[in-house]
Ligand binder design. Structure first.
Ligand SMILES: [Zn+2]
Length: 344
């Protein structure tokens, strides 16, 4: 079968269309004929190689995806061939204390499809039956194949870790990424007043259409911290969602309100930051890390998608064979929303 991945870590020149043997669904697994696979920035990091993460090679990328059940392994009930499904990319052992308490992201053996194990960018993917959900009827394969990771992650970060409440002020720093387009909609759904900060004037109208109450286009003329502070009515922001790391967290953390929470699920521009602690302790603000979501939170985010309360934002689609260009576009093309591979 054809798959998109790499044999050696490195840059985008390592990406290739692999020809790999097709496998049978094992105990508790389903085999999905993939129609789409959604790309995430994580795929670029996986390609580069993450410290402490060893992946078997050749490695198949991507954790999101949608398709049709091809076959089910022994012991699987509730799914049958021909059913349309989407994939939940989070893998936990289901047996440890954290898993039994429903806190899967705390699992000691937590893994992500396409990061630690072979992913979805292939003609077929094998996943535990617990990781497939019926594709909501209002989503097509492209939409359904790119929503799981970003919506579950933004949901947990904002609602659970960030404790965003109705009537609070939230800022989403960065407008166009898949995670940000999900976070803007979820924060609005929660009933917050939402400020979006973007460097791209081209994205300003698009984030307004997603529901942003205020848009800050920041840059040399209008620094991020000053702009956010002004748009918060000089009260500060209750929640700042900022996954950019080095480039923005030192500034965005200055705009927190008393009791404010800065939530981050990564640092796309770099992981090292230098922060002035004085405004943070004085305002009793906190920095909170978050990643992925529990199964319950994933299902809650999926329900909001199925009910049309929030919707997928797709930037572009590329056939699997042009996967390298798709990843290049994700990395350099400043997409607005998700980049999705289509698999015929
Ligand atoms: Zn566990």
């Amino acid at each position: 079968m054809r798959a998109l991945g790499f044999k050696e870590h490195g840059g985008l020149d390592r990406i290739e269309v692999l020809d790999l043997p097709e496998l049978k669904a094992g105990e508790g697994q389903v085999k999905v004929r993939m129609r789409t696979a959604g790309l995430n920035r994580l795929d670029l990091f996986t390609l580069e190689g993450l410290p402490g993460v060893t992946v078997p090679r050749p490695h198949i990328l991507a954790g999101d995806g949608a398709g049709v059940i091809e076959s089910v392994g022994p012991g699987v009930t509730g799914f049958s061939p021909g059913q349309k499904v989407l994939i939940d990319p989070s893998l936990s052992d289901g047996t440890c204390e954290a898993c039994l308490a429903g806190m899967e992201p705390y699992c000691r053996n937590y893994q992500i499809l396409g990061e630690h194990v072979n992913g979805t960018a292939a003609e077929f993917a094998l996943v535990p039956a617990a990781n497939v959900q019926p594709l909501p009827p209002n989503l097509d394969f492209v939409q359904g194949g790119c929503v799981a990771l970003v919506f579950m992650t933004a949901y947990r970060a904002l609602m659970v870790v960030g404790e965003l409440r109705p009537g609070e002020q939230a800022a989403i720093v960065g407008g166009g990424g898949g995670l940000n387009t999900a976070a803007i909609q979820l924060a609005k759904w929660r009933g917050a007043r939402v400020v979006v900060a973007t460097r791209s004037p081209a994205h300003a109208e698009k984030v307004r259409a997603l529901g942003a109450d205020e848009v800050l286009v920041y840059g040399p003329q209008m620094p991020l911290d000053k702009g956010l502070w002004g748009l918060s009515g000089k009260k500060g922001l209750d929640v700042v969602f900022d996954c950019n790391g080095t480039a923005t967290v030192p500034s965005s953390s200055k705009s927190l309100a008393r009791g404010g929470r800065l939530v981050f699920c990564g640092g796309t521009s770099g992981p090292m930051v230098s922060i002035d602690l004085r405004p943070l302790f004085w305002r009793q603000a906190s920095l909170r890390g978050s990643t992925m979501a529990t199964r319950k939170e994933f299902l809650e985010a999926l329900r909001l998608l199925a009910e049309g309360k929030v919707h997928p934002v797709v930037d572009s689609t590329f056939p699997l064979e042009r996967g390298r260009q798709a990843l290049e576009h994700l990395d350099q093309g400043s997409p607005f929303g998700k980049v999705v591979l289509t698999i015929s």
